[in-house]
Write a protein that binds this ligand. Structure first.
Ligand code: DGY
Length: 320
């Protein structure tokens, strides 16, 4: 029987499945595990089921000890994990691709509609009791039909978002470091462009690339300035891909029209310059937050742990 640590409450039956086969310590709380508690709890475990808020670095791996065999992240993004340090110690790293694609793409479209139609500010107006009447000219947003929808990072979630955006009558632009699948490009009738062209011509710029050293502040002051003043930025990937201070400055200067953000540079802190603005929509990192998706993510993490502990190949290993 191996020792497994699960650092937060998860939905579905993942914890039961892990606990039936192994000796499971399940910290059944929603808040991130305090660092000191995590370092203490990880000592001697064979498998760690981690959340994206848990930093898995050399210090933690040393605290765990040489018996640690697998770190299963309950997220598709794994920028919280020092993969090279894990590899050096022979620790397998896994993530949860696929199961959260639809939920995250749905949210990217929700944010697109919220920012382009100014739904956040309209809803606040009603909620705060501000007097309102139907009028031809109040609360106007912009429509999507005939507009260009730009995807930065056309992986699974980016392409699923593009597919949805297509249904709204947009023309799809794709830009990324790797060439998207030719079949997917054709099915979307998409144009593959470089980042500069996407920024200069898209009406909605939706960020879907992973956070890596190369993508940190990929959208900064210059990139925001290059966007159309009528364009909207949507980010459901990772906060640090967008330079938040530069975004505030760009909004203030009218360099772009609005933004829909589900992720922030220093979560859960949000740049104070964003909080009072009516031209931004702010959500608390809920891209994958559906009952079904969160259960599927935990389940896939459990599948990975059970496979590695049984001496089998992990289901969804991180290869990067
Ligand atoms: C992920 O899986 O990386 C998401 O950010 C979780 O919501």
């Amino acid at each position: 029987m191996a020792r497994v640590l699960l650092t937060a409450r998860v939905s579905g039956d993942a914890a039961d499945r892990l606990g039936t086969e192994h000796s499971l310590v399940h910290r059944a709380e929603d808040s991130p595990m305090p660092r000191a508690d995590l370092l203490a709890a990880v000592e001697g475990v064979d498998a760690l089921v981690a959340m994206l808020v848990d930093r898995i670095d050399a210090e933690l791996l040393d605290a765990a000890g040489p018996q640690l065999r697998v770190v299963a992240n309950v997220a598709v993004g794994y920028d919280n994990i020092d993969v090279a340090a894990c590899r050096q110690r022979g620790v397998v790293v896994t993530n949860t691709p696929g199961v959260l694609t639809d939920a995250t793409a749905d949210l990217a479209i929700a944010l697109t509609l919220m920012t382009t139609r100014a739904l956040g500010s309209a809803e606040r107006r009603v909620r705060t009791g501000e007097p309102w009447r139907w009028s031809m000219t109040a609360n106007l947003g912009t429509g999507l039909r005939g507009k260009r929808f730009g995807v930065i990072g056309p992986g699974a979630i980016g392409l699923a978002t593009a597919q949805r955006a297509l249904a709204f009558g947009t023309e799809i632009l794709l830009a990324g470091r790797s060439t998207p699948d030719a079949g997917a490009v054709e099915a979307l009738g998409a144009t593959v462009v470089d980042l500069d062209e996407l920024l200069a011509t898209a009406d909605v710029v939706s960020v879907h690339c992973p956070l890596t050293p190369a993508t940190r502040h990929l959208v900064g002051a210059d990139q925001l300035r290059a966007m159309k003043p009528t364009a909207h930025l949507v980010n459901t990937a990772r906060g640090p891909i967008v330079d938040e201070a530069a975004l505030v400055a760009a909004l203030e200067a009218g360099e772009i029209a609005g933004a829909g953000l589900d992720v922030f540079e220093d979560e859960p802190r949000v740049h104070p310059g964003l909080l009072g603005r009516d031209d931004v929509v702010l959500l608390p990192h809920i891209g994958s937050a559906t009952v079904e998706t969160r259960a599927a993510m935990a389940d896939l993490a459990a599948d990975n742990v059970l496979a590695v502990l049984a001496g089998q190949d992990p289901v969804t290993p991180v290869r990067g």
